[in-house]
Ligand binder design. Structure first.
Ligand SMILES: Nc1ncnc2c1ncn2[C@@H]1O[C@H](COP(=O)(O)OP(=O)(O)OP(=O)(O)O)[C@@H](O)[C@H]1O
Length: 246
């Protein structure tokens, strides 16, 4: 690992979707062991940003460096370094929970005892053990979300990208998710967490970035004891943006 560089550096990232600007001139760094919250109203550009960082969507311009290396030139870096839970976890209906984990592990180069250990660890960590033989097609929304998270974590990525991970989780699972994010950060994983829930940001994020209409409108440290300060900042950006647009 090249620890002199931030784990992730994105510089002047731009992307249009359906002829409209979705992300514009976005610059962000994320360090190892840091949890960055990504906030913004619907359509602000969060998922587009995360898709580009995860390597699933190519930017129109700008650069992405992972561990100091040019990710757009070497997309295979993502296989090793990134774990991504998209907004809707992409699951194969006809595969079981265990088969999903095995398939993901193989895609990331795990096999034999290492694959067995990794899948068992994830079944336990995401409380999926009793669902191991169940088909993904019959899982509840929250169970699907946990399976998506297990797949994202299986290969121990250096950068964990979570797009609305608390969606459909019950309060007990939300608490477990927070704990899991803290544990990942403590072991040095960089985490980007996109959410609509401001309390989620104050609970686990050290830093927050607020997007509006594809642009970075605020970036700063999070005061965990002051959710109202974040709320004021968020609404100010959202409402000003709306009145400007009107
Ligand atoms: N599949 C698509 N085709 C065309 N335009 C899209 C598509 N998905 C998103 N967009 C547009 O890209 C812009 C950014 O959307 P994006 O999904 O990145 O925002 P978001 O912040 O993740 O929103 P949300 O909170 O609703 O998930 C919006 O203007 C949106 O309309």
């Amino acid at each position: 690992m090249n620890t002199a560089q931030p784990l992730l550096r994105i510089d002047r990232l731009c992307r249009q979707r359906a002829g409209r600007i979705a992300v514009q001139d976005l610059c962000l760094d994320v360090d190892r062991g840091e949890v960055l919250g990504l906030l913004g109203v619907n359509g602000a550009g969060k998922s587009t940003t995360l898709s580009m960082i995860a390597g699933a969507m190519r930017p129109d311009s700008g650069t992405i460096h992972l561990n100091g290396e040019d990710f757009l030139e070497c997309p295979e870096l993502g296989q090793r370094l990134i774990g991504w839970l998209p907004e809707r976890a992409p699951l194969w209906q006809e595969l079981t929970v265990l088969e999903h984990l095995q398939a993901h592990g193989r895609l990331h180069g795990l096999n034999g005892a290492a694959l067995r250990q990794a899948t068992e660890a994830m079944l336990e960590r995401l409380e999926l053990g009793n669902l191991a033989r169940r088909l993904a097609g019959v899982l509840s929304q929250g169970q699907r979300q946990r399976l998506g998270l297990a797949c994202a974590l299986l290969h121990r990525p250096a950068l964990l990208i979570l797009d609305e991970p608390a969606n459909a989780l019950d309060p007990v699972q939300v608490a477990s998710l927070r704990q899991l994010i803290r544990e990942e950060a403590a072991r040095g994983t960089a985490v980007i967490l996109s959410t609509h829930l401001l309390a989620e940001v104050t609970a686990v994020c050290g830093r927050v970035a607020i997007l509006h209409e594809g642009q970075l409108r605020h970036e700063g440290m999070v005061d965990a004891s002051d959710v109202q300060a974040l709320e004021r900042r968020f609404f100010d950006i959202a409402m000003n943006g709306r009145s400007q647009a009107a």
